[in-house]
Design a binder for this molecule. Structure first.
Ligand SMILES: C[S@@+](CC[C@H](N)C(=O)[O-])C[C@H]1O[C@@H](n2cnc3c(N)ncnc32)[C@H](O)[C@@H]1O
Length: 211
């Protein structure tokens, strides 16, 4: 019997626009989502009919490309609000979105720390929140991110397996603790229907229930 692909990342290969964005991300030293994680994000955005999405951690725009394509999957698209602390990354992401043919109005890039920007966004005003910024702040993103979701909306945390992370020991320990805490909090939260997806470095997704 032959398998559909060698690995989950081979199944849906990146196109040239995503490959170019990945190359820029690598040049800038910014890790990007794996192809399988991107496909899962695109799938989720399409499934929830996402028109308003918040992303924490724009990077060079790789995950943003998948999200925008998922948002466009059911027709007219929407607006991706994406937050990062690095202007250089925003410049690279803008280029990626332009190369993919998305009009400038389909993205709102906000420069700043996610914990400072999140309280300024509209409560209950978003279909999807994607978390991929500072791991040690994931608990804050969780609290604030769930508030932004409409019922039926989805929050997704990238990199929850936290394997092979760079940085010193103390930082890695702090990140591991933060990831464990948020995984436990999501699993126990009665407002949410969670699923831990074994794509890329682990994508923890949860749908907001009507409660
Ligand atoms: C893993 S990269 C994001 C990659 C991107 N999601 C992708 O797949 O293309 C993490 C990003 O979070 C940003 N970041 C780190 N700390 C942050 C913070 N406190 N607030 C907002 N962004 C932050 C970094 O500058 C970096 O671009």
């Amino acid at each position: 019997m032959t398998s559909a692909a060698e690995t989950v990342d081979d199944y849906l290969p990146d196109d040239d626009v995503v490959l170019a964005a990945r190359a820029r991300a690598a040049e800038l030293g910014c890790p990007a989502v794996a192809p399988s994680t991107g496909a899962a994000l695109r799938f989720l955005a399409t499934t929830v009919g996402a028109k308003a999405v918040v992303e924490l951690g724009t990077g060079a725009g790789v995950s943003g490309l998948y999200l925008l394509r998922g948002m466009a999957g059911r027709g007219e698209g929407g607006v991706l609000t994406s937050i990062d602390i690095e202007p250089e990354f925003h410049r690279a992401a803008r280029l990626a979105f332009r190369e993919a043919g998305f009009p400038a109005g389909s993205t709102r890039l906000i420069l700043g720390r996610a914990v400072d920007v999140l309280p300024r966004l509209t409560t209950g005003g978003y279909d999807m929140v994607f978390v991929d910024a500072a791991k040690v702040e994931y608990a804050h993103y969780f609290e604030q991110g769930v508030q932004l979701l409409r019922p039926g909306g989805v929050i997704a945390f990238n990199d929850v397996f936290g394997q092979h992370r760079p940085g010193d020991r103390a930082r890695r320990d702090a990140e591991a603790t933060a990831l464990r805490d948020v995984a436990r909090a999501v699993a126990l939260d009665e407002r949410l229907m969670p699923a831990l997806l074994p794509v890329g470095s682990g994508l923890l997704a949860a749908a907001r229930l009507e409660v």
